[in-house]
Design a protein around this ligand. Structure first.
Ligand code: FAD
Length: 399
């Protein structure tokens, strides 16, 4: 008789280290003498308008390969399934003796809705199901104003976060994993994640190496060097003075807890040193974006400040296209937009300048910029992108 199965559902946590849901699944599998199904579901339906863009798909392709290799080295394997997540999971539950399902949480409205429905179904079947915080320093609901509501201004949020403390030590990756069940995996190349006809991804490949190992190496190099000058250098796009951790964080190849503790161990706590403060404060902005999208689920589409709901934006397809492809005639805008198209990334200060140009000079709606960034960024993140564009649009938090 085949052994029972425990599932770890990989989503935006494409790593082994500091992965609380994976740790719980491994413990459960060992206790129950079960196999461990490491599952990734390629679901193009649930996110609706926010399905992955082209640059996302390129990154996902490489990161899944890297994760699959690491799992194989540790005695397991990555099983790939495509389809609507709930249907894929139901099918597995119907066909096999599944005794536990584990995942790390996502915070976008569509993901919360999907996960709640899936959790309810699994519970009804009497199967263990648990979710964890694998991608934030603090759950969005655990930091509140004195009156018990969400923050809309960053600095008091950051102070409250520093005051709260208690950021758990990250856990190490398991050196070996329980064996995988005998289940077939789909063929990743059938998903068409890598662009073809034309393959426009050379610029991305030149700039990036997706995967957990490289994410940690990149962070180590940054902490050994550039962090010392980060405070000043981060304002100059030509200086490469920032960490470029954003895509690795977006895909969960590294966790913010790992970043926090590696930075603090190397250079001290942000409340005590201005080596780590400016850098970890930016990780704080990421947290703040998640705080906002959790409390204001319409952040990607509706102005936080409703005063701007009827703003008379222009509608001009030619101007939009000139901005998108870097043909405005303004050198820094065009350089930034071409860099984005070529490499899937833009420096924060350039995002601010190109965004402001779209919104304040061309008077085009901030959601046009948000959408283009979503389709072209390797780090396109619904929380940070929406919060960034609302800020640019003058209608967001702390704008
Ligand atoms: P570093 O300066 O090294 O910062 C370290 C980490 O802190 C980053 O990797 C990122 O995770 C976080 N961070 C830094 N600045 C911000 C910020 N302003 N808001 C939220 N988190 C921040 N960031 C994304 O990760 N995804 C997006 O889709 C995204 N869209 C943006 C859109 C606009 C219009 C603007 C103005 C900003 C956007 N940002 C986004 C935030 C920021 O520009 C990028 O996180 C940063 O440029 C990434 O480079 P880095 O990793 O070298 O950053």
């Amino acid at each position: 008789m085949s052994k029972p199965i425990v599932i770890h559902w990989f989503r935006r946590d494409l790593r082994l280290a500091d992965n609380p849901a994976l740790n719980a699944a491994v413990d459960h599998a060992r206790e129950a003498d079960a196999t461990l199904l490491c599952l990734y579901i390629h679901d193009e339906h649930t996110a609706g308008d926010w399905a992955w863009g082209g640059a996302h798909r390129w990154w996902l392709d490489k990161s899944l390969k890297s994760l699959g290799d690491t799992l194989s080295e540790r005695g397991n394997k990555l099983v790939l399934r495509a389809g609507e997540a709930q249907a894929v999971l139901e099918e597995l539950l119907d066909a096999h003796d599944i005794v536990g399902v584990y995942w790390n949480r996502c915070y976008e409205a569509f993901a919360i809705k999907r996960d709640k429905a899936i959790k309810d179904h699994i519970k009804e079947r009497g199967i263990t199901v648990e979710s964890f915080n694998g991608s934030l320093l603090n759950e969005p609901w655990t930091i509140e104003t004195k009156t018990g509501g969400p923050y809309k201004v960053f600095t008091p949020y950051w102070r409250a976060m520093l005051g709260k403390g208690g950021i758990h030590e990250p856990s190490n990756a398991h050196k070996s994993l329980p064996p995988a069940p005998r289940l077939n995996s789909e063929n990743q190349t059938d998903w068409g994640l890598h662009p073809h006809e034309p393959d426009w991804s050379h610029g991305l490949a030149k700039r990036w190496t997706p995967g957990e190992e490289y994410a940690r190496d990149r962070l180590r190099r940054f902490l050994d060097g550039k962090i010392a000058g980060y405070h000043e250098k981060r304002d100059f796009p030509g200086d490469h003075g920032t960490s470029r951790m954003s895509p690795h964080l977006h895909w969960g190849e590294i966790s913010p807890r790992q970043i926090w503790h590696m930075a603090v161990d190397a250079h001290g706590h942000p409340s005590k040193t201005d080596v780590t403060e400016p850098y970890l404060r930016e990780i704080g902005w990421r947290e703040f974006s998640y705080h906002l999208i959790y409390h204001f689920p319409d952040l990607p589409t509706d102005p936080l400040n409703q005063k701007f709901a009827d703003f008379p934006w222009r509608n001009d397809a030619d101007d939009l296209k000139a901005w998108q492809y870097g043909n405005t005639g303004v050198p820094i805008i065009d350089a930034g937009m071409r860099e984005l198209y070529e490499t899937g990334w833009q420096h924060n200060r350039v995002r601010m300048i190109t965004g402001s140009f779209l919104v304040k000079n061309l008077l085009l709606h901030w959601t046009e910029g948000e959408r283009w960034f979503w389709d072209t960024l390797v780090d396109g993140d619904l929380a940070s992108n929406s919060a960034g564009w609302q800020w640019i649009g003058g209608c967001g938090a702390d704008a």
